[in-house]
Design a protein around this ligand. Structure first.
Ligand code: FCB
Length: 781
């Protein structure tokens, strides 16, 4: 078998981080970090603090040459500064000895997001002092561990820590201030510079840092990198690249901020925190840049778009979803972008050594009696390695590749449901089990390369032929059935091993009688409905990723309902996703009486035990109403859509609740779903109540109708009349004035419904999911 080889000395390994695996959050004097305070999840994680010998042994068995881990700052300085907690450092002492004895080279990261809570209370990263505390911490860690660690990374993904932590608020510490985020970013870079100086003066051999670099592309460029852009799109791409990538690359590697970023920072809190001499400290010579790559950022110019909270300064830029395969996180899989990033960095910084310090994927793993056959993860890593190799062949200076990650672990805001590990962890027992991807990676490391052409996958037939039994017998063996004699079992298992056979769905289905087909049933196809489009795209991608086949069915007539129920009763499908179950639909109920698991997109009209995914309609309506009240509106009318729609009922309930809190009376007009009826309802409201100063419409279509009516009646929006909609359809940002509305997450709903179904298929207990909505403020109110 020929091999696509990597350069000699190429470093193979895995990355982890302290808070995501260690557990033992109050052991040996450790203090709390911002993540202990921010996260409600169980803190035990993978209990790596106690199980590190087993984890190191696992890595050794898998042939890892390198292990990137992070040191927990609050173990070393429980109170953020002051006296070093030697007991905390003892843990890393033991870990390093274990690693070195196993022949694994340690790569230490000093900051992977777990700031001591004590420092947060003193101001956190927006405070300059934190940078100095970090340098003290770096010196203390190096003082104790420097004799055994050659390569030090100061920070992990400062963009995420600064902008998700301090602006978007989805990460710890959960603050929501653009000014604080820019300050944090600067102080993290200052911390990096000061720590690098401290490490060097302590004699550190190699110092680097780790950035998440996402190539920024328009949707059209995803399949054609060279595509020429309009001036507007080129500006949008350059601006997001400056915010996400160059904000860190250029100060750290060139000693200056990108010119177009400075006015944005100035508008968001000013430039006062950037002091003379800072950039000289920040731009320390580096030996190695760690690059974390997962997926590209896809954007286009969209004049009316408000700034995304994670990207202050991104006004007028739309973050797009694209029709590609995605991981279970919903992240687009575009391996060639890894190559793009590495080539770009090597072209811009020709002296700099690079290392891919994180790359990997979350997929829904299915644990079977004979292992975890995570074929999607294998092909994800394989395709990214091919992209990496092509960058190396094109001259990129990539010295190694570390998979994210060794173990299924605590994935920040996503908790424990995400599965990025090469090794499965059963969190009830802490038992580790290498997935197929771990064994596959071991072979890649062993041969320092990939097989040139992926070998044709052996099939059930090949195994049957090799072991001289029938297909059904092979299927029984791989499914662990007891009815097979030990001799036959041994023969089959030998053939399975020799051929490297991965039992696939077909083999399993011979025994389990699963068809592997999932029906995606659309009950009311609505024209141009973005949700339906997202559902078809994402549900299909995710379920196909989990080895299912999707059958699309239209449930628009009584006859089609009958046929669908029949198929479920005959078990011709394994599961059903139904959307939407509105309008007293009996299909959901009839399907729920069959044995086939069903999940709904949208809360059903009649309360039932069938799990569903929906958005927080009531919460969104309350937020919209509260926004109108907060901006001084007192007489607010609501245009309701058809009251048999559950979403409309919930939106009305949220609106009423918000009014009730301030003792205001609701004022309602009914409509159907058309713009014309929205206009008519607005006219009616204005006729009934001349003092009306705001309209909240149950959908954007109705709100757009109301805008029209206001214009015809000579009412100025928003001066005389504020208008707020719901859904944030594409047209909402194109109206004049732009429509303030409530955004519902589209891709997330689709992914959640797919995940819910997969959980049900695995027989797990499931509950319904309600996703948050977000008010998008434009000009109309
Ligand atoms: C990266 C983080 C890492 C993990 C992966 C999935 O952004 O560095 O801790 O969460 O994403």
């Amino acid at each position: 078998m020929s091999t696509a080889s990597f350069p000699e000395g190429f470093v193979w390994g895995v990355s982890t981080s302290a808070f995501q695996i260690e557990g033992a959050t109050s052991t040996d004097g450790r203090g709390p970090s911002i993540w202990d305070v921010f996260s409600a999840d169980r803190a035990e994680a993978c209990d790596h603090y106690h199980r590190y010998p087993e984890d190191v042994r696992l890595m050794k068995d898998l042939g890892m040459a390198a292990y990137r881990f992070s040191v927990s700052w609050p173990r070393v300085f429980p109170g953020g500064s002051g006296k070093v907690n030697e007991a905390g450092l003892d843990f890393y002492d033991r870990l390093l000895d274990e690693l070195l004895a196993a022949g694994i080279t340690p790569y230490a990261t000093l900051y992977h997001w777990d700031l001591p809570q004590a420092l947060e209370e003193l101001g956190g990263w927006p405070s300059r002092d934190t940078a100095h505390r970090f340098a003290d911490y770096a010196a203390a860690v190096h003082g104790r561990l420097g004799d055994r660690v050659d390569t030090w990374f100061t920070l992990n993904e400062p963009w995420v820590a600064a902008f998700l932590g301090y602006s978007d608020g989805s990460h710890a510490p959960g603050r929501k201030s653009a000014a604080e985020a820019f300050k944090s970013a600067h102080h993290m870079m200052l911390a990096h510079g000061l720590a690098t100086q401290a490490l060097r003066s302590g004699g550190a051999a190699r110092v680097g840092t780790v950035l998440n670099i996402s190539p920024v592309l328009t949707p059209a460029q995803v399949s054609d990198f060279g595509r020429q852009l309009s001036e507007e799109d080129a500006e949008a791409v350059a601006r997001i690249d400056a915010l996400a990538n160059r904000q860190f690359l250029e100060p750290m590697l060139r000693g200056s901020y990108p010119a177009e970023l400075l006015p944005i920072i100035e508008r968001n809190g000013g430039l006062g925190h950037i002091r003379d001499g800072d950039l000289d400290i920040i731009a320390q010579p580096l030996d190695l840049l760690g690059v974390n790559y997962y997926s590209p950022s896809v954007v286009q110019a969209q004049p009316s778009e408000p700034a995304a909270p994670a990207y202050p300064g991104s006004e007028g830029v739309l973050f797009c979803t694209i029709p590609t395969a995605v991981t279970a996180m919903g992240w687009p899989i575009v391996p060639n972008c890894l190559s793009l990033v590495l080539r770009r960095l090597s072209a811009e910084y020709p002296e700099l050594d690079l290392m891919v310090t994180e790359n990997g994927a979350d997929f829904v793993d299915v644990v079977t009696g004979d292992g975890i056959h995570d074929v999607e993860r294998i092909s994800f890593v394989e395709e990214h390695l091919r992209a990496l190799l092509s960058a190396v062949e094109g001259g990129a200076r990539v010295r190694g590749y570390l998979v994210w990650t060794l173990l299924d672990n605590f994935e920040w805001t996503e908790g424990y449901q995400r599965k990025f590990g090469l090794v499965h962890v059963d969190f009830a027992t802490q038992k580790r089990r290498p997935k197929d991807s771990a064994l596959w990676y071991r072979d890649v490391i062993r041969r320092n390369g990939l097989t040139e052409t992926p070998p044709k996958r052996p099939t059930l037939e090949t195994v049957a032929a090799r072991s001289g039994v029938s297909r059904a017998t092979v299927s029984r063996v791989v499914n662990g059935e007891a009815s097979v004699s030990p001799e036959v079992r041994t023969a089959v298992m030998r053939a399975v091993k020799e051929l490297g056979y991965v039992p696939n769905a077909a083999a399993r289905s011979l025994v389990t009688r699963r068809t592997n087909a999932i029906a995606l049933v659309l009950s009311v196809p609505r024209q141009g409905d973005a949700l339906t489009v997202a559902v078809v795209q994402y549900v299909t991608s995710m379920l196909e990723g989990a080895g299912k086949q999707i059958t699309l069915m239209l449930a628009d007539t009584a006859e089609s309902h009958r046929r669908i129920v029949q198929q479920a009763e005959a078990r011709l499908v394994d599961g059903v996703v139904l959307l939407p179950p509105d309008r007293g639909d009996t299909l959901a109920e009839r399907l729920s009486r069959t044995d086939v698991p069903i999940v709904l997109l949208g809360k059903p009209a009649v309360a039932s035990l069938v799990p569903y995914v929906d958005v927080d309609n009531a919460g969104g309506a309350a937020a919209a109403t509260e926004h109108l009240l907060a901006s001084g509106r007192r007489r607010i009318g609501m245009i309701c859509g058809p009251m048999d729609l559950v979403a409309v009922q919930d939106r009305l309930a949220g609106h009423r609740a918000a009014l009730q809190r301030v003792g205001a009376q609701p004022l309602l007009a009914l409509a159907d779903l058309t713009r014309a009826s929205g206009a008519a309802a607005a006219r009616q409201l204005l006729g009934d109540e001349p003092a009306l100063d705001a309209v909240f419409a149950a959908t954007d279509q109705l709100a757009i109708g109301a805008l029209q009516a206001a214009r015809e009646l000579g009412r100025r929006v928003p001066e005389d009349l504020a208008i707020v909609g719901f859904d944030d359809i594409d047209a909402a940002s194109a109206t004049t004035p732009g429509l303030t509305t409530v955004r519902v997450p589209l891709a997330e709903q689709a992914l959640a419904v797919a995940r819910l179904l997969l959980s049900r298929l695995e027989g797990r207990h499931t509950t319904s999911v309600v996703l948050p909505t977000r008010l998008v403020i434009r000009e109309s109110g």
